[in-house]
Design a protein around this ligand. Structure first.
Ligand code: PMP
Ligand code: GLU
Length: 386
């Protein structure tokens, strides 16, 4: 690049947001590793298993068969059908025409927020909340109201606070169960509470159920399976977590055809479509991976137990996650400094809770081998960080 004085002017919209904290810390860990440091990276939430073989084979076969062109914008019919089948198995009355297949659930969320939220519209988030919801709402010009679920991280005890926060001016409520970053799986009573509030205040609900397959001894109820929520919920899901397909970039949204028509405009003008051969691998993932998913979930559950037991033995009080692969460690009030010390001194990468609206905590992703998890705790104890 030349050393000209030119600086690109950036929009006020983009200036409003910060880069993704989860990805930024993952990048910092990768940079240390490139310098030869052995970092235990518990930052980015990414399963450490390979994508199941049959899914990889389906992707290769699709490439060999020449599926390399554009597809219809909202996705190939067979994948939309397989997706609708999966949603129906979750109790959602879904048709293929009500689905948009996207490059990752993040894009499905982005399109959903852009479609629903305009300047000054009010969106309620349940804290701690995944980092990108706030950024997406800000990019859309919306205002955020936060309802705190700490320290139990369950929604049921927070329903009164939620009821106090929601008014007839509230437009959208985002519910993420199982939750990133807490691992909480909301009870049916909590979801019924959301339904009653949504109906009373005529809210639209975004239900991010990307961790729905990853639960331990409890079942996750899909919000859109409830009468009253079915017609007002946009369901978000994706392939990254359950099928260990983060780099394939595949996800989807479901809502009624009118919503799909509106969001589909944004979709067609931005990404055009999800990658053709990846969509074909997605059909295999939805239809033929029950055993592989069960194996991964079993492994996550053992790791969850290891994390919870290790912390309990050390007298650290942690709320037990029933789903996803995250745990919130109660740390120093200054969680930013704690996370910086954890990576710089102990070479353990975590995400400071303030990125999720949860100061005083650090999130770990336990999608790492038991050996690496033990190593991480040994280092954190050795440096007096826990
Ligand atoms: N929602 C939540 C809660 C997540 O943790 C993630 C993780 N990246 C996503 C959506 C997006 O997933 P992806 O774009 O990889 O499908
Ligand atoms: N969702 C994962 C996380 O929270 C991946 C990174 C991201 O997309 O934010 O770590």
């Amino acid at each position: 690049m030349s050393d000209s004085e030119f600086a690109f002017p950036t929009s006020e919209r983009v200036d409003r947001v910060e880069p993704s904290a989860t990805l930024a810390i993952g990048n910092a860990a990768a940079a240390l590793e490139a310098d030869g440091v052995d970092v235990v990276d518990l930052s980015v939430g990414e399963p450490d298993f390979p994508t199941p073989d049959n899914v990889v084979e389906a992707g290769k076969a699709a490439l060999d068969a020449g599926h390399t062109g554009y597809t219809s914008s909202n996705g190939i019919p067979e994948l939309k059908e397989a997706t609708a089948e999966k949603l129906r198995a979750d109790g959602i009355d879904a048709d293929p025409g009500e689905v948009i297949v996207t490059p990752g659930a993040k894009q499905a969320l982005y399109e959903t927020v852009q479609t629903l939220v305009g300047s000054g519209d009010e969106v309620v988030l349940l804290d701690p909340a995944w980092v990108s919801y706030e950024a997406m709402v800000k990019l859309a010009g919306g205002d955020i109201t936060r309802v705190d679920t700490a320290p139990s991280f369950q929604l049921e005890p927070a329903l009164d606070d939620l009821a106090a926060a929601v008014t007839d001016d509230t437009d959208v409520l985002v519910v993420n169960t199982p939750s990133n970053p807490t691992g909480a799986v909301y009870t049916d009573a909590a979801i019924e509470g959301v339904r009653d509030l949504a109906v009373d205040h005529d809210l639209t609900v975004i239900a991010d159920e990307i961790y729905g397959e990853i639960t331990y001894g409890v079942e996750q109820t899909s919000l859109a399976s409830l009468d009253g929520l079915a017609e007002r919920t946009v369901t978000i899901n994706g392939f990254s977590k359950a099928y260990s397909m983060t780099g394939w970039r595949l996800g989807y949204l479901h809502a009624d055809e009118a919503f799909v028509g509106a969001a589909g405009k944004l979709h067609s003008h931005s990404v055009s479509c999800a990658t053709n051969f990846v969509q074909r691998a997605g059909i295999e993932a939805l239809r033929n991976t029950d055993d592989a998913v069960a194996e991964m979930v079993d492994a996550f559950e053992s790791r969850r137990d290891l994390v919870v037991d290790t912390l309990a033995d050390a007298g650290v009080d942690v709320s037990v996650p029933d789903g996803a692969f995250y745990a919130m460690l109660p740390v120093d009030d200054d969680d930013q400094t704690w996370s910086e010390r954890a990576i710089e001194e102990a070479h353990v990468a975590t995400v400071p809770g303030n990125a999720f609206g949860a100061p005083g905590y650090a999130r770990i992703s336990y999608a790492a081998s038991e050996e690496r998890l033990r190593e991480a705790f040994d280092r954190l104890f050795a440096h007096d960080l826990l």
